[in-house]
Structure formats: C-alpha cells, structure tokens
Design a protein. Structure first.
Ligand SMILES: Cc1cc2nc3c(=O)[nH]c(=O)nc-3n(C[C@H](O)[C@H](O)[C@H](O)COP(=O)(O)OP(=O)(O)OC[C@H]3O[C@@H](n4cnc5c(N)ncnc54)[C@H](O)[C@@H]3O)c2cc1C
Length: 292
C-alpha cells in the first residue's frame, strides 16, 4: 500500500502530468468537470457564494486561494495583498467564515520574517472570532511553519490564528505541545504528504491510532481544535468519547454527512478552495478517494 500511495502522490503532484492533461484535446474542460466538485471556482466571488450557501446549511467555511512554493518576495507581496482583500470579504460573510493559507504561498521559503509579517497583517485584518488557518506542508517545512505561527501568535494574534497538525508525522506530538502553548486553534488531519519511514508513520492503522491519541491529548488541554477527517469511524470514535467537537471537511468530499452532523449539534466547517491552480489539488483528492 505505501508504494501505491507514493506513486499516486507523485502523479498527483507532477507538473508534467498537469501540463500534458491540460494540453490534451478537451483535457482542460474534462478535468474541470471532474474537479469542480472539490473547487469553489476560480474567483473569490465564487468562493464567497459557496461559503454563503454552506452558512445557510449551518456550516462554517475556510476559504483558501490556491498557491504554494512562491520563490520571490514581489509575488509573496501580491499574494498578501490579495489575502488582505479576501479578509475584508470574509469579514462581510457569515460569522463562521475563516481563511486558510499555506505559508509557502506567502514566501516562507525565501523570506521567513517577511512571511510572518504578511501572516500577521492578514490575521490582524480579520474581525473578532475569525481565524486564518495555516496549512501543514511537507516535512522539510515543518520547523519553519511552526516558528512562523509562534512568532505571529506572540504578537497578540493567537485568537486569529489556526494551525494544522498531521497525525502521520512522528514529530507531531512534540509540535502539538508548542501549538497548544501558543494558544492557536488546531486542525487535526491525518496528513496528505508521503514521507520516509523515519519521519512519518505509514498510512492506515498506525496513522489512525496516532490521530486518536492526538485528539485525546488535545482534549486534555485548553486548546480549541477540530477533527479534520472524512473517516467516519475515527470521527465517531472521538465524538463518542469526547462529546461534540468541531469537524472539518474538504469541499466535495462526503458532503452528505454535513447535514447529519449539523442536525446532531456538531459544529462543521468546510475547506473552500478557489483559484486557477486547481489541477494538482484535484489529483490529490482523486488519489485519496481511491483510498491511496
Ligand atoms: C479541512 C481539512 C484540511 C486539511 N489540511 C491539510 C493540510 O494542511 N496538510 C495536509 O497534509 N493535509 C491536510 N488535509 C488532508 C488530510 O491530511 C488527508 O489527506 C485527507 O483528509 C484524507 O484523509 P481522511 O482523514 O479523510 O481519511 P482517509 O482514510 O483518507 O479517508 C476516509 C474516507 O473518506 C474517503 N475519502 C477521502 N478522500 C476522499 C475524496 N477525495 N473523495 C471521496 N471520498 C474520499 C475515503 O475513501 C475513506 O473512505 C486536510 C483535510 C481536511 C479535511
């Protein structure tokens, strides 16, 4: 299984595959038709429309503009400006609408202090009760992501920030203690990145057990956290043990369960991505839908 997952993950993150598929006759249109279930659209307006609809169903949202791995400060500045505009839009949407971002999109790789400044500016722009959730990227960026979150939280912005903890990474129990100490919201995921054995647990039972342990550890703390998983068995095991806890899902993945959770009084939030770089995101979701 790990080999299958590694192959699918490599395909899903391959720029060459993306170029070939999008260039094929009808390729772009066919791909979009399949991808659109997971993607709000290419514009912030489309994402806002989806967030409003989710709000009518009693669900919150977390809006993300696709992008990552920015390698120059001018682009990082433009991304930050775009997110400041998004924060203004989000402030006018239902109260449970948040933002999401990957820090490599804000220039983490090239300018960590600048990235922290940009994240702080966006967090400060959000009205009370809203947060910007920072995505978890590959293992090589974990230290920098954690340091950036801590830096911004120390500026009095912990209540506007969220972090993501990957259950499959061996380092996560230690990182979690730091996130709890920082006072930020934690989104607990299984982890999407395939990493070597010495850094990450295999997917399947070892990751699921780690997830359960981390959820219980979070519950022992004062941390606010959400169970970001579509794994019904895992989710119900935690809810049965801990009572209603917020659940987060990705747009288009097992959407039928959202209404049931809302009816049961479980707070629900949906990750709502938008933008032009939807292809590889879709490929990852496709791989996960096959159990990879
Ligand atoms: C809100 C949110 C934010 C996330 N942020 C991050 C992040 O920042 N960093 C990161 O590494 N990962 C992130 N992830 C992804 C996460 O790590 C997993 O890769 C992903 O959620 C799949 O794992 P799962 O917990 O749903 O369990 P799985 O065991 O993969 O899936 C559980 C069940 O859901 C079904 N399923 C899963 N995906 C699909 C799909 N696309 N279509 C249909 N059925 C599907 C499976 O077939 C299975 O039956 C996030 C996930 C969520 C929900």
């Amino acid at each position: 299984m790990p080999a299958d997952r590694a192959i699918l993950f490599r395909l899903a993150t391959s720029p060459r595959l993306e170029r070939a598929a999008r260039a094929a006759p009808m390729g772009e249109r066919l791909a979009w038709r399949a991808a659109s279930r997971y993607v709000a659209g290419t514009t912030a307006t489309a994402a806002a429309r989806v967030a409003r609809k989710l709000g009518e169903r009693g669900a919150g949202s977390s809006i993300d503009q696709y992008g990552e791995l920015v390698q120059d400060t001018a682009t990082a500045g433009r991304v930050a400006a775009s997110y400041l505009g998004l924060a203004d839009q989000v402030n006018a949407l239902p109260a449970d609408t948040w933002l999401s971002i990957d820090l490599s999109h804000l220039g983490l790789d090239i300018d960590p202090p600048g990235c922290a400044d940009r994240l702080a500016a966006i967090a400060a722009r959000l009205s009370a009760g809203r947060r910007i959730q920072v995505g978890a990227e590959d293992h090589s960026r974990a230290d920098a992501v954690l340091a950036c979150i801590e830096t911004v939280a120390r500026q009095g912005l912990a209540s506007r920030l969220g972090a993501t903890a990957q259950a499959n990474f061996r380092r996560t129990p230690r990182d979690l203690e730091r996130l709890v100490e920082a006072g930020v919201h934690v989104r607990l995921v299984k982890g999407a990145y395939v990493e070597p054995h010495d850094r990450a647990l295999p997917f399947g039972e070892p990751t699921d057990i780690a997830y359960l342990r981390l959820a219980h550890r979070l519950a022992e703390t004062q941390a606010q956290f959400a169970l970001a998983t579509h794994d019904g068995v895992l989710r119900e095991a935690v809810l049965a043990a801990l009572g209603p806890r917020p659940v987060e899902q990705l747009l288009g993945v097992r959407p039928a369960i959202l209404d049931e959770l809302v009816a049961r009084g479980v707070p629900v939030r949906v990750y709502v991505p938008f933008g032009n770089d939807w292809f590889r995101y879709w490929m990852r979701r496709l791989a996960e839908s096959r159990g990879a």
